[in-house]
Design a protein around this ligand. Structure first.
Ligand SMILES: C[S@@+](CC[C@H](N)C(=O)[O-])C[C@H]1O[C@@H](n2cnc3c(N)ncnc32)[C@H](O)[C@@H]1O
Length: 219
């Protein structure tokens, strides 16, 4: 496991508290985003659809947690970087199958790689914990890491998502229990991502998630 530093952004009060929330989740085993530890079915489906179109087979698993997607990608022939801030999660990730994975303990806002490196980025559950005002910084950075023509497979909360307390949040976000959640509408997602990417797939499921496939525009 490689170690990289934090950005000033991640040292802000909200993100520090959010990172404590994750730390506690991994230490107690309460990780509702990965109950069975298997890769998301939607991710597998999207990957099959774009597999032949990817400009390279180098993938970044953003906020990789315990590595379920990094490991899956590696078993499917990708070289993978999985980055996360949680050491406990990465230790568990390191025990999974997948020889071609380099795990980095670090901040998704500062990944120590060159621009235009990745043909594929996976964001399962990161974007929807990024504060709205930080969207631009996040997307500019992501954009710079992708090869032109490269893809992002992204899963995020929709307005229908029911939190553990059973509530939905119609106004689009909540800051609660030490973390930030963002609940997006289709219109918002299209407005945000179409500035940077071609949206080649967007669908909402009954559990309250949007699954998106985005391609970096080739200038
Ligand atoms: C909802 S979990 C999803 C984990 C994983 N993608 C999965 O599907 O199993 C979000 C992950 O993003 C990580 N994360 C959030 N903000 C981060 C940051 N600034 N830098 C690195 N990792 C971060 C958290 O530690 C957590 O593991």
């Amino acid at each position: 496991m490689l170690k990289a530093g934090l950005t000033k952004l991640s040292e802000e009060k909200l993100y520090r508290s959010q990172n404590n929330f994750y730390e506690n989740a991994y230490k107690t085993g309460h990780t509702p985003w990965s109950v069975d530890g298997k890769p998301s079915g939607n991710l597998q489906k999207s990957l099959k659809e774009i597999a032949q179109k990817l400009p390279n087979r180098i993938a970044l698993d953003l906020g990789c947690g315990e590595g379920r997607h990094s490991s899956y990608l590696s078993e499917n022939g990708f070289k993978v970087i999985g980055i996360d801030m949680q050491e406990t999660a990465l230790k568990n990730a390191g025990r999974r199958k997948g020889k071609g994975v380099l795990y980095i303990l670090g901040d998704i806002f500062r990944i120590p790689v060159k621009e235009n490196s990745f043909g594929l980025v996976i964001d399962y559950g990161v974007f929807h914990h990024i504060r709205r005002k930080d969207t631009k910084v996040f997307l500019n950075f992501l954009f710079s890491l992708l090869v032109p023509g490269g893809y992002i497979i992204l899963t995020c909360f929709s307005r229908k998502f029911r939190h553990a307390n059973g509530k939905t949040y119609k106004n689009g976000y909540a800051c609660h229990h030490g973390h930030y959640d963002r609940f997006s509408s289709r219109k918002e997602l299209i407005a945000i991502f179409s500035r940077y990417f071609s949206i080649t797939g967007i669908s909402e499921n009954s559990d309250g998630f949007y699954n998106m496939v985005l391609q970096k525009k080739i200038e």
